[in-house]
Design a protein around this ligand. Structure first.
Ligand SMILES: [Cu+2]
Length: 311
């Protein structure tokens, strides 16, 4: 059933829509009841008609009534909400597992054999488990047509799942709007027949090798704060970084002049607050300790060194 909600195409549509309309129905009932009573009481008990306030004696039956009825209503809302929420947290064991990386500012999908895409392809009528991962800030993975929305939290292994029940193309959004560019994290989920899914998988490229520093930085959102062309963003530009002389403030507040080398770059990635370039804020860049592997940091250093040599 569709109930007039946005188009639905997953196993959760009926459960979520029922819950939503149950609660919305109660809301509308009380909105009307309270508004009508308010207007009625203003007309009936205004000062012109009732000059003197009267003490109203307690009425036990009325008090029992207005405690019991709302109690039953909120418990009913809790019950239907909880009952329909639990399946959302229980992906079947045989589900296809896709790793979802939400980062500034796009989505990336990694399939079991290392294939990557920026569009989420899924086979029809097959449960898909999405392991949600963020290398930078909080994101919200949201597919309205499937009625799933889950937080993507750095440092936490969150997940969600669904079974697509209709072929087609549906929107994927980021539901975190703390900062302007989450709205640009727009992608598509494409539900295709199983045979087509297999041929799409066969034609996808395998994830970029960890030897490419440029790709690693792109994939980890470094370029949302660091430009390559000299533009000053939130952080210093990488242009001409290698071998540059910089004035930095150490964590104990001392000024120091350094030359950018392998050690400085490594430290800047693992412990950004240890030395902060003058004119920039500490605590803006997070530590990538545990996020980037040693060889990835090496590849970044190599890339920055190479692009520094070229100038
Ligand atoms: Cu986001």
């Amino acid at each position: 059933m569709n109930y007039g909600m946005p188009y639905g195409a997953s196993n959760f549509v009926e459960k979520i829509d029922k819950t939503f309309y149950f609660i919305l129905g109660i809301d509308i009932f009380f909105l009307i009841l309270i508004t009508v009573l308010m207007i009625l009481f203003v007309a009936r008990y205004n000062r012109k008609r009732h000059q003197n306030a009267v003490q109203v004696k307690e009425r036990t039956w009325l008090e029992v009534l207005w405690i019991t009825i709302p109690l039953i209503i909120v418990l009913a809302m809790f019950y239907i909400g909880w009952k329909n929420y639990i399946p959302l947290r229980k992906p079947p064991k045989d589900a296809l597992v896709v790793k979802v990386i939400g980062r500034m500012w796009d989505w990336q999908f990694e399939y079991p054999d290392g294939k990557v895409a920026t569009t989420l392809y899924v086979p029809l009528n097959k449960p898909v488990r999405l392991n949600l991962y963020s290398p930078d800030v909080l994101h919200g993975f949201f597919i309205p047509a499937f009625r799933i929305k889950e937080d993507v939290v750095p440092g936490k292994n969150n997940y969600t799942w669904f079974k697509a029940t209709e072929l087609g193309e549906y929107d994927i959004f980021c539901s975190a709007y703390c900062g302007m560019r989450h709205a640009y994290m727009y992608s598509k989920v494409k539900v295709v027949p199983t045979a087509e899914f297999d041929s799409i998988m066969a034609n996808l490229e395998v994830a970029t090798s960890s030897a490419d520093g440029d790709a690693i930085m792109r994939n980890n959102g470094c370029y949302s704060c660091h430009s390559k062309d000299g533009t000053k963003l939130v952080g210093p530009s990488f242009k001409g970084l290698w071998g540059a002389k910089k004035t930095v403030i150490t964590s104990d507040g001392k000024k120091q002049t350094i030359v950018v080398d392998e050690k400085y770059i490594e430290e800047s990635i693992l412990d950004p607050n240890a030395k902060v370039e003058e004119g920039y804020m500490p605590n803006v860049m997070r530590s990538y300790k545990g996020v980037l592997k040693d060889e990835e940091i090496k590849a970044i250093v190599e890339y920055l060194k190479k692009s520094g040599d070229q100038k």
